[in-house]
Write a protein that binds this ligand. Structure first.
Ligand code: SF4
Ligand code: FES
Length: 252
């Protein structure tokens, strides 16, 4: 795609905001080699732009084979979690100026899931764990004739965990998940929490039993990596602790 005209005008002006940055990207193409390699790209970019913009510049202007996922570009769809300068972040929410652009900016796929190509991983094990905890409202009895009411206090109980966008930044930053991909992982537990503590739901016991499994919540070692990684600011470790407590007390 051609460089937008506006970009060019800004570049040519005396007060050009553009700087040169080195994007160091871990490339992997199973059709070429079994090993990944780091590749450097030097690009000019306004530091107020995002890592996602830098990846677009490379893909559109330099190397069209660079492969990554993104959709909304505004922190909503959760498709562009990647490891940027060694930390899990959303490329569309990470400004170049905030990650020390004087040094090469490293970008690689999130850990713990099989890399398919460049920055794209196989998300299926992640989504399978999500499906396993029944991430939907379960009720018994007849269909109600009006909406299911809930007090503000009851709604508040699980407000934090409703914010999850399933980006996998938490699960793929968890050392337990790196060592054993069978662990449900923080994101699945967050999404179980969202329904376990919903006063309208009637399958809390069932979800707790699912997470009482040897690959469930008890594998968590409370390292807080998940909370640090979450781009939505969800208190992931706290949610996991609350599920553990509910398993012991059976009060939720
Ligand atoms: S809890 Fe946060 S980091 Fe984990 S999947 Fe949801 S939004 Fe992403
Ligand atoms: S592209 Fe949708 S969250 Fe970043």
């Amino acid at each position: 795609m051609a460089t937008p005209v506006l970009d060019k005008v800004e570049k040519d002006s005396a007060a050009s905001p553009y700087i040169t940055v080195t994007m160091r990207i871990r490339r992997f193409n199973p059709e070429v080699s079994d090993a990944s390699v780091w590749e450097d790209f030097q690009i000019e970019i306004d530091p107020k732009e995002r890592v996602l913009d830098a990846l677009h510049k490379i893909k559109w202007d330099v190397d069209g084979t660079l492969t990554f996922r993104r959709s909304c570009a505004h922190g909503i769809c959760g498709s562009d979690a990647m490891r940027i300068n060694g930390k899990n972040r959303l490329a569309c929410k990470t400004l170049i100026k905030d990650i020390n652009p004087e040094k090469p900016i490293t970008v690689e796929a999130i850990k713990g899931l099989t890399v398919l190509k460049d920055l794209v991983v196989d998300m299926e094990p992640f989504f399978q764990a999500y499906r396993d905890v029944m991430p939907f409202l379960v009720t018994k009895g007849n269909e109600p004739t009006r909406e299911r009411l809930q007090s503000a206090e009851d709604r508040e109980r699980f407000d934090d965990t409703t914010k999850c966008i399933l980006c996998a930044a938490c699960t793929s930053s968890c050392p337990v998940f790196w060592n054993d991909g069978q662990y449900f992982g923080p994101a699945a537990i967050v999404n179980a929490h969202r329904f376990i503590f919903d006063s309208r739901d009637e399958a809390g016991e069932q979800r707790l039993e699912i997470l009482n499994d040897k690959d469930g919540v008890w594998r968590c070692r409370t390292t807080f990596n998940c909370t640090d990684a979450c781009p939505r600011g969800i208190e992931v470790t706290k949610a996991i602790q609350e599920v553990k407590r509910a398993l012991i007390t059976r009060r939720f």
